[in-house]
Each structure stands twice: as C-alpha cells, then as structure tokens.
Design a protein around this ligand. Structure first.
Ligand code: NAD
Ligand code: DAU
Length: 362
C-alpha cells in the first residue's frame, strides 16, 4: 500500500492509473479536489478496490495522521500542489498555504508515523524501507541563457515565480527533514509535462482547446521562451523507478532532452490538428495565433540534464515529442466532453451521467 497526494490532478491521476496497471499494489489517494483535481480523471477506477479515494487537505494533520495509521503505507508520493505559474502571480497565497505550509504539516505527520514503524519487518512497512518522494519541478533552478548547459542536480536554487519559490521552499523542507530527522526522502525535479488530463490552462491543452473552439491562440511575449517537454507517462515511469531504486536523500532530474520554443510547440499542434481535424473553412489553425502581453518575470529557458537518472537508474523516456504530441492531440479530440466538463465546472454531472452515482468514487 502507498499513499499518493494530489492523485486527482494531471500528473497524479496519470500516475494512479499507471501504478495500478503496472504494479497492482493498492493506494490511498488524498486530494482536496481544487479546480485542478477532477474525479472524472479517475472515472475508470470506479469499483476498483485497490484505489481508495479520500477528499482532504494535505495540511489537515488529524486526517493525514488517521490515514497513515489506518492504511499503513510503505511510501508516500507527494504530488499535491498549486501548480500554475500565472495563478501564482495573480494570487500567491494559496501557493504558500498548500505548497509550503501544507507540505510542512504532511511531513510532520509522516515523520511521526515513520518513527513508530518497526526498524525492519519481513512483511509490511518498516523504517528502513519507507520512502517519502517529493515531486518537484525544474523551475526551482531559475532560468537559463541560450548558451547555458541544462540544469544539473547540483545547480543552485534560484526560483523566479511565486510558484517556483513555493516549490523550492518545500524542497528545502524535505531536505532538512532528511538531514535533521533522517526521514528517508527522495526528490525529483521534472521539466514541463504534457498528455491526457491536463487542465486546459497550461500551454498545450489550452492551445488545443482554443484552436478547436475557434478562439485566439495566445503566445506570451515573442514566443521564443524555451521549455523542455516530457510526456506525462514517461514522468510517471521515472517516479516509479526513483521510488524503487533511488538513494535516500538524493535528488533526480527528469527530462526528455526535448527543448522547444513555445512558438514551435504551438505551430506543431496546429499542424497536427490541420491533419487530424481540419478547420471547416479549409484554413490552417495557425491563423488563430495571437501575440499577447508577456507573463511578468517570465523565465526564458528551462532545460534538464537527465544524465544522472539515465546512468544510475537506467530510466529513459519512451516517447519522442512527435509521438507524444500526436497521442495528446488525439486524446483531447477523443475526450471533448472531459474538456467541456472541467472547463465548465460540469464534470460532476458528467461523472454522474456516465456512472449514475453522485458520490462516486468515495
Ligand atoms: P495539478 O494542478 O494538475 O494537480 C494538483 C492536484 O493537487 C489537484 O488534484 C489538486 O486538487 C490537489 N491539491 C491541491 N492542493 C491540495 C491540498 N492542499 N491538499 C490536497 N490536495 C491538493 O498539478 P500537476 O501538473 O499534476 O502537478 C503535480 C505535481 O508535479 C506538483 O507538485 C507540481 O509542482 C509537479 N510538477 C508538475 C509539472 C508539470 O509540468 N505539470 C512538472 C514538474 C513537476
Ligand atoms: O517546468 C515545469 C513546470 O512546467 C511545472 O513545474 C509547472 O507546474 C507547469 O505549470 C509548467 O510551468 P510553465 O509556466 O512552464 O507552463 P505553462 O504551460 O503555463 O507555460 C508554458 C510556456 O508557454 C511558458 O513559457 C508560458 C507560455 N504560455 C503559456 C500559456 C498558458 C504562453 O505563451 N501562452 C499561454 O497562454
């Protein structure tokens, strides 16, 4: 049994599906269900006894303590966070509350639970084998110039946005709980993810959604900012590998060696859509591209050196950007109702219509 936080969000939900499919090991999924957490992402697991969903706050010490004592997980994988940079600029408070304060409370509860486990055990959780895995981001390293080498694990933390600063703060807590209390932690720093179930506020699903809706495709500034894209399932596989074989207290960068300027990403999406779902008027989706005001403090370039995880843990991404983006565009074309649901707030009714149970899946 493992405990996953934030497993109704984009990466968390992909992870939950992948974990159950690949390992069959049961998990408890603790998620507050903010705008970004949707039960529709977990609809296929209805009735699956290996998945225990609990709606709740990572900062609720009593609840988290009770969950740990009841389910006795052998590991905690911490995805839950406020994750969107633009929202962190318009309203940083929630980011501090969840990503920093919430993580602190979670860590304290986990430390208490871990300290009461047997040192070793033939079966069941024990202090030696227990792990707390912090799912973090490359944004903690700040921004790169075009000639800088990609971020290595040894790069200093230089966060620029409130989101990045809140993740860096929580990463520091994780490190300190290991150094001071010996809590067996692992930390991963991943680059930009894309794939199924991503809320259409992030660049790739937003562009697909707006293109199909005939809306402008907003490009911040000159569109030459660079991100390093990784298909979400590759991220999930990397996390599983780190959990299985990572060294206590170590950090691992995760990325697909796939740097792309935003403008190119948007053009690629437009050309895939032109092929798979041509506009009714026969014109190209790229016509909808619109340059808009830049994001304040916009980081110019992220790039990940994934050499350590490749060498030490033998992980490599399975998807190229071409194969991943094709799968992603197809997924959004096939799941128009999911997109409508999460953007209109009607996803609960959608789940109810499909599965006939308003309280699903708790
Ligand atoms: P997301 O916003 O899609 O999902 C976050 C989930 O956390 C939601 O289900 C939400 O309901 C839940 N949540 C938020 N606050 C909570 C709280 N206080 N208690 C319990 N649950 C809460 O985010 P995502 O894109 O899936 O990112 C997941 C993690 O991965 C985050 O920690 C993020 O920093 C990290 N990460 C994301 C990316 C990316 O490209 N999306 C890349 C690297 C790292
Ligand atoms: O690098 C990892 C990070 O990637 C994660 O830690 C974050 O949780 C995740 O949100 C993502 O952050 P970004 O800010 O890089 O992602 P976003 O999709 O918001 O933007 C990607 C790039 O596209 C960025 O340079 C801003 C730009 N952009 C974004 C939006 C939403 C636009 O040009 N137009 C847009 O409408």
């Amino acid at each position: 049994m493992i405990l996953v936080t934030g497993g109704a969000g984009f990466i968390g939900a992909n992870f939950v599906h992948s974990w159950l499919e690949r390992t069959g090991e049961a998990l408890v999924n603790l998620d507050k269900l903010t705008y970004a957490g949707n039960l529709a992402n977990l609809a296929a697991l209805r009735g699956d006894v290996r998945h225990v969903f609990v709606q709740g706050e990572i900062g609720d010490r009593e609840r988290v303590g009770a969950l740990l004592d009841t389910y006795r997980p052998r590991a905690v994988i911490h995805f839950a966070a406020e994750s969107h940079v633009d929202r962190s600029i318009s309203g940083p408070g929630e980011f501090i509350q969840t990503n920093v304060v919430g993580t602190f409370h979670l860590l304290e509860r986990v430390r208490d639970y871990w300290s009461r486990l047997p040192e070793t055990a033939a079966e069941g959780p024990n202090r030696q084998d227990f792990r707390f895995l912090q799912v973090s981001t490359d944004e903690v390293f700040g921004t790169l110039s075009p000639t800088d080498p990609p971020f290595a694990e040894s790069n200093p933390f230089l966060p620029n946005s409130p989101y990045a600063a809140s993740k860096a703060a929580s990463d520091h807590l994780i490190r300190a709980w290991h150094h001071t209390f010996d809590l067996p932690v692992l930390t991963t720093h991943c680059s930009n993810n894309y794939g199924p179930y991503q809320f259409p506020e992030k660049l790739i699903p937003l562009i697909i959604h707006n293109a199909l809706a005939g809306k402008p495709l907003p490009i911040y500034g000159d569109g030459l900012q660079v991100r390093d894209w990784l298909y979400v399932e590759d991220h999930c596989q990397a996390i599983m590998r780190v959990l299985e074989a990572g060294q206590k207290g170590e950090t691992y960068n995760i990325g697909g060696w796939n740097e792309q300027p935003n403008m190119d990403v948007v053009r690629i999406i437009c050309s895939v859509l032109d092929r798979l779902h041509p506009r009714a008027d026969g014109r190209g989706y790229a016509e909808q591209i619109t340059f808009v005001k830049d994001r304040p403090g916009h980081d110019r370039r992220y790039a990940i050196d994934a050499g350590k995880i490749e060498r030490m843990l033998g992980w490599k991404p399975a998807e190229t950007f071409d194969s991943g983006i094709l799968k992603t565009v197809r997924w959004y074309l096939d799941h128009a109702e999911w997109v409508h649901g999460v953007t209109s707030g009607a996803y609960r009714q959608w789940v109810q219509r499909q599965y006939g149970d308003a309280s699903f899946p708790v």
